[in-house]
Design a protein around this ligand. Sequence first.
Ligand code: SF4
Ligand code: SF4
Length: 427
Amino acid sequence: MVKQIVFSGILLITLLLFSYTLRRLGLLFKLTRKTAPFGQWSKRLALTLEVAFGQTKILRKPLIGFLHALVFWGFLVITLGSIEMVIDGITGTVRIFSKTGMFYSIVSASGDVFAYLIFIGITIFLIRRKWMHIKRFSGIELSPRNKKDAYLALLMILFLMVSLIGINFCFISASPDYTAGVYPISAQLAGIWKISQSHAHLFYEVSWWSHILMIFIFANYLPYSKHFHVFMSVPNVFFSNLEPLAKLPNLDAVTREVKLMLGGNAFQDSGSEAPTRFGVKDVEDITWKNYLDSLTCTQCGRCTEVCPANITGKKLSPRKIFVDLRNRMNEKGTQLIKNKSFTDNKSLVSNDFISYEELWACTTCNACAQECPLNISHPNLIIDMRRYLVLEEGKAPSGINTMFANIENNGAPWQFSPQDRLEWTRE
Ligand code: SF4
Ligand code: SF4
């Protein structure tokens, strides 16, 4: 009974902390624009099954992708075990799902195998990150804090697997005649490495508590970590941009201006207010999907690795766009929640975060969006920031400014008067 009370108290604190984080995230999302990629639900579901659950884009790098896929699939199975532990903790039962018979045997057996596979996979990830000097794991956008975060999350997962293996191993050693579940690898180990039942009972309790406490800490840590993709990847892929990558969405504010020029009553038609901003200058101008992308980004660097601008030495790194967006939302968004008119004389589009030079280095080739394993769309956001620079600050490379002037004066990008258009037919 004491165990149940202590467990319930810790669970309550965990849930309170987690709901505080969820509320904070909800308020940050409220600051963003409501433009929404909804509809086409069956297409979205199919894409989610393929990209998020099937891990198809991760598997483009076969070996390391396969290890990541194993970790992801393993987590899905092990999550069932974690839910069982929470119910056991509250009710005082032991392996309550074992009443489901065959289903439990399958889940517990695969959970046991996955615990060892994830342990191996995470160990390889750690070795690779620490000693193999993979180029995409570095970049100006990755601060020492980002790097520590990557190690910390991997170590937490490693700890979770060690404690889970400890639970299975000690469960078998403490009660050799157990009937709850099947543990193929742990049973083999328990057969080889014998420990007394009293030790097994003690280590079982230590492993059980260590594991569940680490789950609670991990769940509360994730929203502040790059590993938040553990929660966000499925919804982010579900709300992917379903249009062809190269198709740019029109800017609503410009569409309304054009309608007005054509004589329509655009604001009344749409029920919207007159636009206050053309394009994206700061976090209040982004869409909720842009923010979701930034929370989902794993900082894996696959986008930067294929970016032709980055490869040829330009300042642009597509990963930095979303790292900066998330940092800026943490910096300004949290202040805006307290004070709607907060300003710090900084903005996302500026030398403080994403510079003119970076934005205009983009060729809009979409290689980054194509390669991102979580279907994050960089060019659409880059274009919206450029739109702000052009429409509100009149800042564009000189070649583009000449073209804009020609379009304005001649109705075409060339320096010829419209009257001369048919000149070429004369002879
Ligand atoms: S679209 Fe821009 S940011 Fe993305 S890969 Fe191409 S050049 Fe780089
Ligand atoms: S945007 Fe995508 S590819 Fe780029 S670092 Fe983030 S998750 Fe990786």
